[in-house]
Design a binder for this molecule. Structure first.
Ligand SMILES: Cc1cc2nc3c(=O)[nH]c(=O)nc-3n(C[C@H](O)[C@H](O)[C@H](O)COP(=O)(O)OP(=O)(O)OC[C@H]3O[C@@H](n4cnc5c(N)ncnc54)[C@H](O)[C@@H]3O)c2cc1C
Length: 428
């Protein structure tokens, strides 16, 4: 534990760890205070619940050809799926039949691109308004909007969607994305189980009130989820500017949850394409569900839900979540598959007291509100986190980059000359 830190970082997710590495490189005394008993926040690799590694949160190195954490993974020899061969098709069980579709020509994936296109054309409207709700495949398209943006189509800003910089290279992390973020945190001065409850900006510094006492420093990096800020879980004195409060109400976190199932052996033989959507357009009230099958050859399946449906399921609890995933799996693979299930586990991001959702998205018409998150508050507070990034929002690598950025800004505010950033720096 660092005594008399010059800078305090609140939160040991990807953003807080990016900030910690930045300050370590600059040789600036700091401490990272984390409410949970583990690091990583929304990047969490679970190795115990079902007997095989699966990630509760971040799993894909999005924009993997330019993603800073991909290069970190390479440095650390942390395994992820290589770029080639690229996955160009996927399987769906639609209307009682399996079919293989190409991403390039599939209805759902073409329409997802049209949402982005509307934003690129300068329109900041809801995704729903550019989609055909009467189309038979709309429920599946809605499901994919919920998975990608963690919000329902009527809550997604087309402009915010277009602001996201997507190279369409998505690489899942075999050794675990959470495990990667945890590896990056090694050696950093992190204090677990410390919940920050208040921050007071004084002349020349900050004073933080926590469950473990008071900490003072010259500057503070707030790397907590946007929902914590929206709910004002940390009392900040003097108060935050009204425009910032408003931005937290306009760029809110959506919802996303997963259900992981383990089998007594591999059960999806012949599934050379490891993605499957299960959906019955004839009975639209049947909720579509996307599964990842046997990731990296593990005898598991991971189901994904998003948006208001994820929130409702999370509120209903793990038993309801699990039953929904298994019942849907049975529709596609038959009742015998029930006998093969040996363990199950669910995520709980919605109900998590320190997280409260999945990732941020601007409301329609409000894509511009994100900008304010990267501005200093009372000259001593600097925000970091996925919500702060202007074009890698909603991702772990975006969060990491904002942490590094905030480290340099906080260093300058604390009177250090920081020089250029080095995003790939790791202690030797
Ligand atoms: C289901 C799901 C799937 C996802 N999939 C992907 C993916 O495939 N690829 C990708 O790039 N991203 C993905 N994401 C998003 C990614 O996980 C996040 O964008 C990223 O991890 C956020 O990092 P962060 O540092 O901003 O916040 P967090 O990781 O949430 O870290 C914030 C930390 O602050 C702590 N904290 C909160 N309040 C306090 C307090 N008062 N005092 C002290 N500590 C506090 C929290 O405990 C937490 O550890 C996914 C997220 C979810 C939920």
């Amino acid at each position: 534990m660092v005594q008399n830190p010059d800078i305090v970082i609140v939160g040991a997710g990807a953003a807080g760890i990016g900030a910690g590495l930045g300050l370590t490189r600059l040789g600036i005394p700091h401490v990272i205070l984390e409410a949970k008993q583990r690091v990583g926040g929304r990047a969490f690799s679970d190795t115990s619940s079902i007997g095989h590694l699966w990630d509760h949160g971040a799993h894909w190195l999005h924009s993997g050809d330019v993603n800073v954490l991909r290069f970190m993974a390479e440095k650390l020899k942390h395994k992820f799926r290589p770029e080639t061969p690229a996955v160009t098709s996927f399987r769906s069980f639609i209307d009682g039949q399996w079919k293989v579709s190409e991403f390039a020509t599939d209805y759902v994936w073409t329409k997802l691109e049209e949402i982005v296109e509307a934003g690129r054309n300068g329109r900041d409207v809801s995704a729903e308004s550019v989609l055909d709700r009467s189309h038979a495949m709309y429920p599946l398209l809605r499901h994919w909007c919920q998975l990608m943006y963690s919000n329902d189509p009527n809550d997604i800003s087309t402009r915010d969607a277009a602001n996201y910089s997507d190279s369409h290279v998505n690489l899942p992390v075999e050794d675990g994305y959470g495990a990667l973020v945890a590896r990056l945190s090694r050696g950093l001065p992190i204090k677990l189980g410390v919940t920050v409850k208040s921050i007071e900006v004084l002349g020349g510094g900050v004073r933080l009130g926590t469950n473990a006492g008071t900490v003072t420093a010259k500057a503070c990096i707030l790397a907590v989820p946007a929902r914590m800020m929206e709910r004002q879980r940390i009392a900040i004195k003097p108060g935050l500017p009204a425009t910032l409060h408003q931005a937290f109400a306009e760029v809110t976190m959506g919802y996303g949850e997963k259900v992981a199932l383990a089998f007594d052996r591999k059960v999806f033989d012949g599934f050379e394409i490891p993605f499957a959507d299960v959906f019955d357009p004839v009975v639209p009230e049947t909720k579509p569900l996307n599964f990842e099958l046997h990731p990296f050859g593990r005898p598991i399946a991971v189901a994904h839900v998003g948006g208001s449906f994820a929130r409702e399921l999370a509120q209903a609890g793990p038993a309801v979540m699990t039953a929904f995933a298994i019942d849907t799996l049975v529709k596609a693979f038959g009742a015998d598959i029930r006998q093969r299930i040996v363990a199950s586990a669910t995520t709980g991001w919605t109900m998590d007291a320190h997280i409260g959702g999945a990732y941020s998205g601007a409301a329609p018409g409000r894509a511009g509100s994100r900008k304010i998150f990267s501005e200093p508050v009372h000259e001593r507070l600097f925000m970091a986190g996925e919500h702060v990034h202007q074009h890698y929002m909603a991702t772990a690598h975006g969060a990491y980059e904002t942490g590094l950025d905030a480290a340099h800004k906080a260093a300058a505010a604390a009177g250090f000359s920081a020089g250029p950033k080095d995003p790939l720096w790791l202690p030797s």
